[in-house]
Design a protein around this ligand. Structure first.
Ligand code: FAD
Length: 451
């Protein structure tokens, strides 16, 4: 008999493992603390309005995984081509940045200075391998980095850019690539829209449809919801059991944890060595508050996402769900969802819902003027815990120390954005899930081998 896989957590990372395990007929159980699966990749409902847990899109980055998701979703997965925008000092700038658009918005003098700065930064050989600030200045020069990158990143991550690792750039900087500037100038906007952030896949009815389909393949029998893992019991070389809801003990064969890595270490029994715990205390996560406004109005923006680098604006970005899929709002109506990143300790995380709505409403109605007060027919506030791992300078050493310790547990694997502490996306979760299951499958006893 193949070993049973105990999967901790029920977000996209856990569901991907279950999905591939099911395809290989490997036995598994997913333990999810909440009442439903999907983690931070779900679609929420407010009356007839739908909106995602943060502005999601399925990135077409890995042809094999895209094919897998296309098979899973069938005709329910659409390719969407809609670029994003930056809202800067009252004007919209296309994102990915286009040289023509920048020229129009900055004027020829500032644009020329910015272009010279980019070239000089590249040619002077100042290396951008230190912190994120060095990296951004090296790659884009003061004008572009200062205006579009550094203040936005400080707002998103909640700390000065010289304390952040260049790894936080993730995919976001593809649109700010020098190469893309050149390609854009030579090939025009067709290249930009088709090959970069403007084009992505999106499921009908919201991103949560992917998590739901993955859960369906996993089947109800293999998923336990309302099952919070409260202890991980080990003998220093293997994980022997997990405790569920402080009451039930489940003996384990193979274990994959997608729980935030510091939490996993915290609930281990016996406790890990002090220096490992100390290293885990040095890893931090960013939370996100979603403030949704439901509107009696057909449309507000024509962008997938609008980014707000201005530090006086409390949200980093806003998306209009119906621009991704028309079924996200009732006919003739729309909604806007603002993302406010913060730390658990920040005042804003603990602010009442009414105050948060007022914060966003005031900006959008009075200051930015996108909507009128009487168009708002409803509001909703949702808090996303552990939305992003914060890749601070020096996080790699802490992670190495933790992983060195965890490697001794030969029946334990880690997956997931917070489980591995990697800035990653749904398609990455699928790759991790596929590879983990491949390893288990290779160990599966062959029929008739006598095992
Ligand atoms: C704002 C935002 C925007 C994003 N945009 C995109 C995008 O455009 N494209 C994309 O591909 N990806 C995007 N992502 C990332 C995508 O949602 C993640 O890949 C995904 O949520 C991470 O999956 P995960 O399973 O690792 O973690 P999570 O989704 O965080 O799931 C972890 C699960 O573990 C459960 N859990 C926690 N503690 C316990 C416990 N003690 N016992 C049992 N269960 C527990 C949680 O309830 C949760 O369900 C975005 C994420 C956010 C937050």
């Amino acid at each position: 008999m193949a070993s049973h896989i105990t999967i901790l957590g029920g977000g996209p990372a856990a569901l991907s493992i279950g999905y591939y395990a099911r395809k290989q007929s490997l036995p598994f159980t997913i333990y999810e603390a909440k009442a439903g699966t999907g983690g931070n990749s779900v679609t929420l409902r407010h009356g007839d309005f739908l909106f995602d847990s943060g502005a999601h899109r399925f990135h077409d980055k890995n042809p094999e995984i895209t094919r897998e998701i296309q098979l899973l979703m069938g005709s329910g997965l659409k390719r969407i081509t809609i670029p994003s925008k930056i809202y800067d000092n009252g004007v919209f700038i296309k994102f990915p940045l286009s040289s023509m658009d920048l020229l129009r918005n900055m004027g020829p003098f500032v644009f020329a200075r910015a272009a010279i700065e980019v070239l000089r930064a590249r040619l002077t050989g100042r290396n951008g391998e230190g912190n994120f600030k060095d990296f951004a200045l090296h790659a884009y020069g003061n004008i572009i980095a200062g205006r579009f990158l550094l203040n936005y990143s400080e707002k998103l991550w909640g700390m000065p850019c010289n304390r952040l690792s260049p790894g936080i750039a993730g995919k976001r900087l593809e649109g700010l690539d020098l190469k893309s500037f050149v390609m854009d100038s030579l090939l025009g906007s067709r290249f930009r829209v088709e090959h970069m952030e403007g084009s992505f896949f999106y499921p009908e009815g919201g991103i949560g449809a992917i998590s739901r389909q993955l859960s369906d393949v996993c089947t109800k029998e293999n998923i336990r919801t309302n099952a919070r893992i409260t202890k991980v019991l080990h003998d220093n070389s293997r994980i022997c059991a997990v405790e569920v809801n402080e009451t039930e003990r489940i003996v384990t064969d193979e274990v994959v944890s997608t729980l935030p890595i510091d939490f996993f270490l915290d609930i281990m029994e016996p406790k890990p060595p002090e220096d490992v715990i100390l290293a885990s205390r040095g890893l931090h996560y960013r939370n996100v508050i979603l403030v949704a406004l439901f509107l009696d109005r057909e449309s507000v923006t024509d962008a997938a996402t609008v980014y707000f680098p201005d530090s006086d604006i409390p949200f980093t970005r806003i998306y209009e769900p119906r621009n991704r899929d028309g079924t996200m709002s009732p006919r003739g109506k729309t909604s806007l969802v603002a993302e406010i990143p913060c730390q658990r300790e920040d005042d804003v995380w603990n602010m009442g819902d009414d105050m948060l709505v007022r914060l966003v409403r005031t900006k959008l109605v009075d200051d930015i003027g996108w909507i009128r007060e009487n168009e708002i027919t409803g509001t909703s506030v949702n808090r996303l815990d552990h939305a992003y791992p914060i890749l601070e300078m020096g996080f790699e050493e802490k992670l190495r120390e933790i992983n060195d310790y965890l490697r001794r547990f030969h029946n334990l694997k880690l997956s997931g954005r917070n489980g591995r502490f990697i800035y990653s996306w749904i398609h990455n979760m699928m790759v991790l899930g596929r590879d983990i299951v491949r390893e288990y499958d290779a160990r599966k006893p062959v029929r008739g081998s006598g095992e």
